[in-house]
Design a protein around this ligand. Structure first.
Ligand SMILES: *[C@@H]1O[C@H](CO)[C@@H](O)[C@H](O)[C@H]1NC(C)=O
Length: 466
């Protein structure tokens, strides 16, 4: 093939994420070769490239043709299921690749797998990147947040592409070189953990407003819309407002009340909590969000439990609490509780990243991480700009909670926060995320703790009296 007809980059693995990312790259003017073992996926992608504006995309039906169709030094993105399929794909493709070429894994991979593959690739003279991609199918097509880690040379080879393909915000594209080794995957993992925390806190705010405040779906939609115009402005608040407006096609009322209250989970949230324990970093809000998912999975057990406890005489306290409620004030309090809880959750995620960065010598730039999360990804939010500024002001910030601006906000909101948690507890509405964040704050801010009086293995020890 003539050099001029060669593609600038390749992408293997054409499930929805892969297809969308390939089309995004082509649309930005970078000719791309695509490949998938099953030929129908290749055909689907070619068809979409035609339909979506005759994009410069070529399909290949065998791995050799695919690799040889890419300009040297070659960069090949793979988007297949994490784990063994990544190893198989690398095995298939690397046989045709040459020293100086790069493999870029765009999946939600465990960071140690990436570190193993970096060594394997290097032994063949190949470069390697583990690149977190956030934003789902929509983001992949129109601008994701990208977190590439591994070989800097490999990043430099595709910098022009990823800078155009990523979501664009006022202070640049949502991509930066994260660091060496598996840092890109690790940062994406913690991003997902933070996302779990955000979703948990939002669902608690909803629960309190609905069940303690007695708000209707129409009122909830209006409140979340209003919140999305202020300090809480974010993708997750926006889609929450939209959920309350979706009518049930198959009956009366809104869909939100018919959705089964049972959620699943992916590996990344669990890994985040495991890593926090591993590194002795407190991440109680993220852990609470996971625990809540475990419990929500026990739908049948919970139904049985509610009957047993009712028969044993348990009375709902919600009604009594609700009767004396000032709705307007509750709404304002919940907004403040949500915001303060969120700051604590991000503080936990950032401190987990710091601990890992120290352990692995990754030299992570927290201001940059907050910046590339401002657009494209699921946790995109206006307040990430403030986190960026906080870390720019002080890269060694011990915790977001003690940044002067955030500290002021925490203090202003703590009365409202305590009222919400207190009300929820008296009403019997569980708010594990808000409670975990508040306990985190109350523990962290105290210069002196009762830890000295904890029972120790050497017997019951009363601190300084020993
Ligand atoms: C191709 O598509 C199939 C599903 O149709 C998938 O299982 C496989 O991993 C894909 N990727 C590659 C590189 O062949």
């Amino acid at each position: 093939m003539e050099a001029s007809t060669l593609s600038r980059i390749g992408l293997a693995g054409l499930a929805v994420m892969g297809q969308n990312l390939a089309l995004n790259i082509a649309e930005k003017g970078f000719p791309i070769s695509v490949y998938n073992r099953s030929t129908s996926k290749v055909d689907d992608t070619l068809q979409r490239a035609q339909d979506e504006g005759h994009l410069p995309l070529t399909g290949h039906y065998n791995p050799k043709d695919f690799i040889l169709s890419i300009k040297k030094p070659r960069s090949v993105i793979i988007l297949v299921k994490a784990g063994a399929p990544v190893d198989q794909t690398i095995q298939t493709l690397s046989g045709y690749m040459e020293p100086g070429d790069t493999i870029i894994d765009g999946g939600n991979e465990w960071y140690e797998n990436t570190e193993r593959r970096i060594l394997e690739a290097n032994s063949k003279g190949l470069l390697y990147l583990g690149m977190g991609v956030s934003g789902g199918e929509e983001g992949a097509r129109n601008g994701p947040s990208l977190m590439p880690g591994g070989s800097y040379q490999a990043y430099d080879n595709i910098k022009d592409i990823v800078s155009k393909v990523a979501a664009q915000v006022e202070d640049g594209p949502c991509v930066t070189y994260i660091g060496e080794g598996g840092s890109g995957n690790f940062v994406k993992m913690v991003h997902n953990g933070i996302e779990y925390g955000d979703m948990q806190l939002i669902s608690e705010a909803y629960d309190v407003l609905k069940n303690v405040g007695g708000l209707s779906n129409a009122e909830l939609a209006e409140i979340f819309d209003e919140w999305n115009r202020g300090e809480l402005e974010s993708f997750l608040i926006e889609i929450t407002a939209d959920i309350f407006k979706v009518k049930d096609e198959h009956g009366d009322g809104e869909l939100v009340d018919k959705i089964l209250d049972k959620t699943g989970m992916k590996g990344t949230g669990k890994w985040t909590v495991q890593q926090a324990a591993e590194l002795s970093v407190a991440a109680p809000t993220i852990a609470a969000s996971l625990d809540c998912r475990y419990l929500s999975g026990l739908k049948d057990e919970r139904e049985a439990a509610s009957k047993v406890l009712e028969a044993a005489g348990l009375k709902e306290e919600v009604g009594t609490v609700r009767s004396g409620i000032d709705k307007k004030r509750l709404i304002d309090d919940v907004r403040q509780a949500l915001y303060a809880s969120k700051i604590c959750s991000y503080a936990q995620g950032m401190n987990l990243l710091r601990a890992k960065s120290v352990e692995k010598n990754w030299n992570l730039n927290f201001g940059e991480l907050a910046r590339i999360w401002k657009g494209g990804c699921i946790i995109r939010a206006v307040f990430l700009d403030r986190i960026k500024v906080a870390y720019q002001r002080n890269p060694d910030l011990a915790s977001l909670v003690v940044d002067p601006d955030f500290a002021k906000e925490m203090v202003q909101r703590q009365a409202a926060w305590r009222r919400v948690v207190g009300l929820a507890i008296s009403a019997g509405i569980s708010t594990p995320g808000m409670c975990a964040s508040l306990a985190y704050f109350d523990t962290y801010r105290r210069a002196r703790l009762p830890a000295e009086s904890c029972p120790s293995s050497k017997g019951f020890v009363w601190g300084s009296y020993l």
